[in-house]
Design a protein around this ligand. Structure first.
Ligand SMILES: Cc1cc2nc3c(=O)[nH]c(=O)nc-3n(C[C@H](O)[C@H](O)[C@H](O)COP(=O)(O)O)c2cc1C
Length: 184
């Protein structure tokens, strides 16, 4: 066999062993736009695909009115077993190695629609990185509730972006989330 052919074959073997970038999907729910803009920035920073988790019945400003304890968000928060219908599923989820799930913290937990989304999509075997935005809460309690509910999933605690962040705090959140992506 010619030397050049042997070298070419060796190069192919080496290339197949070198780590490839994982395929990343960023999914998020956002009622008033904060999580949406963070998810968009993260998608740009990681060259990932983006998918918005939307209610079959869209969430309005009235639904998340903090001054009205009868608002939809509060009713959903009060019934942990309620699963709002999700509008659509992401395409070709099976092709992704890493799936981010982002949401606004509601009542120190992920909104019910996040539970709907997780239960309606096959995330087994994928690295699922959780992130959030919030007024002041940290992500840990919301994350632990998800971990307790879905012990078979490979959930990774990302971080939260708190209200009125400095540009530096915002960048730190993006960096932390980027660093949470495991090599393939
Ligand atoms: C119904 C409701 C409950 C909330 N509960 C919390 C909470 O427990 N802790 C917190 O820090 N922020 C809480 N917030 C504030 C949101 O997490 C925060 O404003 C978030 O960034 C909104 O994201 P969005 O614009 O993507 O919907 C709550 C907001 C709403 C509407």
């Amino acid at each position: 066999m010619k030397k050049s052919l042997i070298l070419a074959m060796m190069a192919m073997v080496v290339a197949s062993c070198v780590a490839k970038d994982p395929k990343v999907l960023i999914t998020y729910f956002s009622a008033s736009g904060t999580t949406k803009s963070l998810a968009q920035e993260l998608a740009t920073a990681t060259s990932a695909d983006l998918f918005e988790i939307e209610g079959a019945q869209p969430y309005t400003a009235d639904d998340v009115n903090l001054g009205n304890r009868e608002a939809r968000a509060f009713k959903e928060m009060a019934d942990k077993s309620f699963r709002p219908e999700v509008k659509a599923k992401p395409d070709k989820l099976k092709d992704y190695d890493v799936v981010f799930i982002g949401f606004p913290i509601w009542g120190d937990a992920a909104p019910n629609i996040i539970y709907s989304f997780i239960e309606q999509n096959d995330l087994k075997g994928k690295t699922v990185i959780i992130f959030s935005t919030s007024g002041s809460s940290n992500l840990t309690n919301s994350f632990n509730k998800l971990k307790d509910q879905y012990p078979d999933l490979k959930l990774v605690e990302g971080t939260t972006l708190k209200r009125n962040p400095t540009p530096e705090a915002r960048q730190n959140v993006i960096n932390t989330l980027k660093e949470a992506i495991p090599a393939k």
